[in-house]
Design a protein around this ligand. Sequence first.
Ligand code: CP
Length: 329
Amino acid sequence: MQTNLRGRDLIGDLDFSKEEIETVLDVAFDLKRKRALGEPHPYLRDKVLAMLFFYSSTRTRGSFEAGMAQLGGHAAFIESKTTQIAHGDTPVEIGQIFGRYFDGIAIRHVDWKVGNQYIREVAQHSRAPVLNMQCDIYHPFQCLADLMTIIEKKGRDLRRKRVVVSWAYAASYQKPISVPQSLILQLPRFGMDVVLAHPPEFKLMPEILDAAHEQARKYHAGFEIISDPDGMEKAFKDADVIYAKSWGALLTTEDANEGARIIEQYKHWITDSRKMKLAKDDAVYMHPLPADRDIEVTSEVMDGPNSVVFDQAENRLHVQKAVMALTMS
Ligand code: CP
């Protein structure tokens, strides 16, 4: 097992090897147990994390901030709009200066074709590790929390488990494609047979699909794509895990109005109890939240016995603490 993560960035899901992800999970389970027992675990005493947000958050901010305090350190919440970024501070200044003030820099920047590049540029100029709190391409900490949750619900041996990563209808806006992209990259490494389902206009990035196929081949897992206007029901059949959420048609159009028009064609892509019955009886329903209740998923499913959405949200805390303790100590 590889354990030397000190000083490392986590920006893309494949930045850590599979063995390194196993180390992160082991530490996360240990930290979860320590918190349950009330055992102090100040691995980052006197360390400070900068949390730079270009975009709103409930879970990410709360869990990183609480996590740093529980590790004995502090997290500084910084919104881009309250900085001098609009007046000339580039990623060079952020990396150079925050890298000297802080022991880690966490950034959320989801603007399409901008966010990932920004985070990578900061990392190039920072002496402190840089952590991706979600960009336009990846949401690695969400994916680690999801993986931890799947292990809790389905056991350590995940080979041949059918995991459906499905698009879902939501009226709100063209959401980032980072969550499904992270899932299809990471889950095949743990032997899961991943089924990606979406209407034809909601394709993911070709280079991410290629990398997901490569991971599936390497780890002898399945990776199937159902790109069909009625593909949701086909995908759900006999699934062990249903992970259904909305994302934007960003590979088809970058125009918000055109994107909204396309989304409106697929109102039937809702997760409801009828569709959940197509999956296995003990299938779990997952969503990173926020979800559009009774539009993207019915409240009956979201609040029902198969839903694990709050365990997912909790596990954000434990995996993030694990990565911070391993990279920032
Ligand atoms: N899942 C997730 O990243 O939630 P927030 O947008 O609230 O941080």
